[in-house]
Write a protein that binds this ligand. Structure first.
Ligand code: HSE
Length: 291
């Protein structure tokens, strides 16, 4: 027996929805898992250096949790993974590995666990439901986690939406980009984010693309993360002047994400603006159109 799963990358937050909004992107990782005589783990792709291939591998460890939860004996595993998702760039690579491992291990033993159970396990591991929810369910995910249970509603992305990501050629650990955030916030900032995130979700649900630029603003994380991502402050302030419907830091960064109307005549201009702004800061980047 052998199974193969394909898992999308994801972008978290979409600006104001810190730890609560996520969106799947059409950039993928694949995990193959089979029952074997002896465990082997093979990682393909040029960014897998330093990722362990023994039983401390995340995919292997997460698979064991599925077997425990399902109450089945732990088989030896033959695991292979290939990923196009850049690591530690804010595109949900760790969430995709966790979701892929959960889904593959569950499929391998006949799918005893429901998707919701996989979602709970993935959220518990990541400590926030945004990336894992998007990777597991696809589309746009509106979610919360109260420390015990995660709840979500999936929203189908508007057909007109296209995503442009600018991926800087440096890594930024999520841990560092979370550690820099203040533990306490003013009521004013909290109200700002609740309002903006709520209007953004309503705009995404009702096709109000005209409202995205005004709603996609954040006071809880992006201002504090800006010093870690040269060029971010300017890109957040000016991308909508260059044809973006809205712009945000993707997850914990350093990737930046613009929502764009796919019929916009200004797509090349926006791409030049993102790359050029980063270049002025001495940072090379890769841009990609997704979805
Ligand atoms: N919501 C998370 C954050 C996503 O912004 O830190 C990155 O893991």
């Amino acid at each position: 027996t052998k199974v193969r799963v394909k898992i999308p990358a994801s972008t978290a937050n979409l600006g104001p929805g810190f730890d609560t909004l996520g969106m799947a992107l059409d950039l993928y990782a694949w995990i193959e898992m089979g029952i074997a005589e002896r465990t082997t783990i093979t990682l393909y792709g040029d960014q897998m250096e330093g990722v362990p291939t023994d039983k401390t591998n995340l995919i292997y460890e997460v698979a064991q949790m599925v077997f425990d939860r399902a109450g089945v004996k732990h088989p030896e595993l033959d695991i292979a993974m290939y990923s196009d998702i850049p690591l530690t760039r804010g595109l949900g690579s760790s969430a995709s590995a966790i979701v892929g491992a959960l889904a593959a291990a569950n499929a391998l033993i006949g799918s005893p666990l429901a998707d919701d159970e996989l979602f709970q396990m993935a959220t518990e591991l990541e400590k926030h439901p945004d990336n894992v929810g998007a990777s597991l369910f696809g589309g746009i995910i509106v979610a919360f986690w109260d420390g015990t249970r995660a709840e979500h509603i999936r929203v189908e992305p508007d057909d007109r939406l296209e995503v442009l990501v600018a991926i800087p050629h440096f890594q930024l650990s999520t841990e560092k980009a979370r550690h820099i955030l203040p533990r306490e916030q003013s009521l004013e900032n909290a109200v700002f984010n609740v309002g903006h995130s709520s209007v953004l979700v309503a705009a995404l649900c009702t096709g109000r693309l005209d409202m995205i630029a005004r709603a996609m603003k954040d006071a809880l994380h992006q201002p504090y993360r800006a010093p870690l991502v040269p060029g971010l402050a300017r890109i957040l302030a000016e991308a909508t002047d260059h044809g973006a419907l809205g712009v945000a830091l993707s997850g914990a960064g350093p990737t930046m994400l613009a929502l764009v109307d796919r019929s916009s005549p200004r797509k090349a201009e926006l791409e030049r603006f993102l790359r050029g702004t980063l270049q002025q800061e001495g940072i090379e980047s890769t841009t990609m159109w997704l979805k």
